[in-house]
Ligand binder design. Structure first.
Ligand SMILES: Cc1cc2nc3c(=O)[nH]c(=O)nc-3n(C[C@H](O)[C@H](O)[C@H](O)COP(=O)(O)O)c2cc1C
Length: 332
């Protein structure tokens, strides 16, 4: 057993995969093709349910199963109005792992998943919440820093890792996410006590990934500094930060916020209407970019590691490189 396999042992035991490398669920992107390719390559693919209704998730799980005999997971967003039905669809297919994202899971959902015999992984944005999740019986914790693509918290991966790993990594497998693009970085987090890692941005340009060619092209051209977190312009109008490549949509969003704030000042709309206008701005925007290829007005969610994505290549090659680099780093 290599040093890397030794350090990943608790992660691979939990996931049932060869490597404790999770392909982070990405809405519209992490569907049957990328997920099965990741699991077939020895990593662990996770379907992004996103806003899918139960019938579509049902189909996606069945289709993924037809493409891989290896274990994979399903990522569910806790705010989904049909969370219980989605959990039961996972149960119907005997999905082995469910990842809960987007805020603390509502009471009962962890037990409901475990009732189907599946393992539960949750995101912990801070140490106190990680401990609370452990008391609720989660099987694994993911910590994700603000370098990541998509919806992000305010703290960097390096700080979360230093704060959280020493405190809980002996008691529960912890997976580190956000800004990871090389095996050297994977080795470092494993040595700090992580049981595994989760990468999203690094897999977007995989050959098997169905993202539109224009979306991939933007990744291949993008640098770390182009992957910017959305900013809140008015204290009255909350904006959940999303990291994405800057484009015309990013500018339009800032203009929109200023316009809405002005309408509030003038009293032509009330606070509820104003907040809805801001919330709805990005509705459907990720789909527009990923599926339709409108990378100017859509949301090209990407992490800061995007600058290290240099070529379109098969998932198996990306995974093999990460493993090779991690093993070499641990030997040094
Ligand atoms: C385009 C895109 C879409 C994402 N969508 C989701 C999602 O639907 N649910 C989720 O839990 N995380 C989502 N994420 C976060 C990833 O699962 C993963 O944690 C993150 O990409 C890891 O950081 P990295 O991008 O620096 O590798 C998304 C990330 C990207 C880049």
């Amino acid at each position: 057993m290599s040093k890397m396999q030794e350090l990943m042992a608790r992660g691979t035991a939990l996931l049932g995969s060869e490597y404790a490398i999770l392909g982070g669920a990405m809405s519209w992107i992490s569907e049957r093709h990328l997920v099965s390719a990741l699991s077939n390559a020895g990593a662990f693919g996770v379907i992004a349910c996103g806003a899918m209704p139960p019938e579509l998730l049902d189909k996606e799980i069945a289709a993924t199963k037809a493409m891989t005999a290896k274990p994979f997971g399903v990522n569910l967003i806790t705010m989904h109005p049909q969370l219980d039905e989605l959990i039961d669809i996972c149960g119907k297919h005997q999905v082995s792992h469910v990842v809960l994202a987007g805020g603390l899971p509502p009471t009962g959902s962890i037990d409901r998943i475990k009732g189907h015999g599946a393992k539960v992984l949750c995101f912990a944005p801070a140490l106190a919440l990680a401990k609370k999740l452990m008391r609720s019986g989660v099987d694994g914790i993911i910590i994700e820093g603000m370098e990541a693509g998509g919806h992000i918290g305010p703290v960097s991966t390096s700080v979360l890792a230093q704060e959280i790993l020493p405190a809980i990594a002996d008691d529960v497998p912890v997976f580190v996410a956000g800004g990871i693009a090389t095996g050297e970085m994977i080795a470092a987090y494993l040595e700090m006590g992580a049981a595994g890692v989760q990468l999203g941005t690094a897999f977007v340009c995989a050959t098997e990934c169905i993202a539109h060619p224009a979306f991939k092209k933007m990744f291949l051209r993008g640098n770390a500094r182009d992957a910017i977190a959305s900013v809140q312009i008015d204290p009255r109008l909350p904006v959940i930060p999303v990291r994405a490549l800057k484009n015309a949509g990013t500018d339009a969003f800032n203009t929109k916020q200023r316009e809405v704030a002005q309408k509030l000042d003038e009293g032509t709309i009330d606070m509820g209407e104003a907040q809805l206008e801001i919330e709805h701005f990005w509705a459907g925007a990720l789909r527009r970019a990923v599926i339709d290829g409108d990378v100017e007005n859509g949301s090209v969610m990407a992490g800061q590691s995007v600058g290290m994505v240099k070529a379109e290549e098969p998932v198996a090659d990306i995974v093999a490189r990460l493993v090779r680099e991690a093993e070499a780093a641990l030997l040094r």
